[in-house]
Design a binder for this molecule. Structure first.
Ligand SMILES: Cc1cc2nc3c(=O)[nH]c(=O)nc-3n(C[C@H](O)[C@H](O)[C@H](O)COP(=O)(O)O)c2cc1C
Length: 304
């Protein structure tokens, strides 16, 4: 997740002993003139000492730049290339990329086929939503994806129109992808607890699940999914403590007290529910990292 599941977060997961099987970078924007090789994303690849493989994600609307940038990223220690066909950002969609590909199947086909040609066997994956406005669009999207023979597909069970609205995840298209594709399919959308992950596995039968915001709120979810104990309040306090240290490390010389707090607020945006309204109010306005540290040291155990 752009600006959230960054190198500091990856290092934090390693230090608290709760790692997923696979990471995916936030997207690199691929355009005819440039590949915006965002430094923060690049660091996730080059300085990944977690032992967990990482996929480099590209967002774009034309095969030639995507192929050029995939070849460049494949020179780095990545486990594969992932095409983003789900980003709902108006800025990205205006350029024909992300979820916009879901309503321009000719462009989707061009991007998929182009990347398939340059990405080696076993290393090409696609992340998509279930449609632009309606999940009824999904069978046609699935057929384009299937024709490119990707090695893995991640499906976020929402349309572009649904953005991130509550209770809008539809697992039916994901089940359809599991049934029709000849590759592993990961289910994604609103998985915040072990019970929800198990429910996805039982009812939708994907090869696995992809967890975004839920892992920022409860980073111990990966440990729990491997049969480990739910986090105690002390462990949550340790998480925030490590995250403060790791953000300090990545910000390095560019750090100012307010800048460090702002960086922390990118993660805290997904954690406020577990704080009292007064704590949330103070955290949102914090410009001093020691004030933030004091409130975070009062954190309680999250919902598991
Ligand atoms: C702040 C933010 C940034 C995101 N950035 C990306 C991204 O760069 N690439 C991507 O594939 N998905 C991105 N997503 C979408 C998530 O990966 C995920 O598909 C979505 O949040 C639903 O899953 P979740 O409920 O587990 O978070 C982002 C989501 C958020 C909230």
């Amino acid at each position: 997740m752009q600006d959230v599941t960054d190198l500091a977060f990856m290092r934090t997961l390693a230090r608290i002993g709760s790692l997923p099987d696979l990471f995916v970078t936030a997207y690199f924007r691929s355009t005819p003139t440039t590949c915006a090789i965002a430094e923060a994303n690049l660091r996730c690849i080059q300085e990944n000492e977690t032992g967990v493989p990482i996929l480099a994600q590209l967002v774009g609307s034309e095969s030639a730049p995507l192929m050029r940038d995939a070849e460049r990223l494949l020179q780095l220690p990545v486990a594969g290339i992932n095409l983003n066909a789900g980003c709902p950002s108006p800025l990205v969609n205006r350029h024909g990329a992300g979820a916009e590909l879901l309503r321009n199947l000719t462009a989707l086909q061009d991007c998929l086929q182009g990347l398939r040609r340059v990405v080696p066997e076993g290393m090409f994956s696609v992340k998509c939503r279930t449609g632009w406005a309606d999940a009824a669009e999904f069978p046609a999207i699935l057929s384009e994806i299937s024709a490119a023979s990707p090695d893995m597909v991640m499906v976020h069970g929402r349309t572009r129109k649904a953005l991130y609205t509550a209770n809008s995840v539809n697992t039916e298209p994901v089940r359809m992808a599991v049934k029709h594709l000849n590759c592993p399919v990961l289910g994604n959308g609103d998985i915040c607890t072990v019970a929800q992950a198990h429910e996805w596995m039982r009812t939708t039968t994907p090869a696995g699940v992809m967890i975004g915001r839920g892992a920022v709120r409860n980073p111990y979810i990966f440990r729990c999914l491997r049969g480990g104990a739910p986090p105690s309040a002390d462990e949550m306090r340790f998480y925030f403590h490590v995250l403060i240290e790791e953000t300090n490390r990545i910000l390095h010389t560019k750090r100012t007290p307010a800048g460090h707090c702002n960086r922390m607020k990118k993660y805290l945006a997904f954690c406020y529910e577990d704080f009292t309204p007064e704590q949330e109010h103070t955290l949102r306005r914090c410009t001093n990292i020691s004030d933030m540290q004091r409130i975070l040291s009062e954190a309680s155990a999250p919902l598991t």
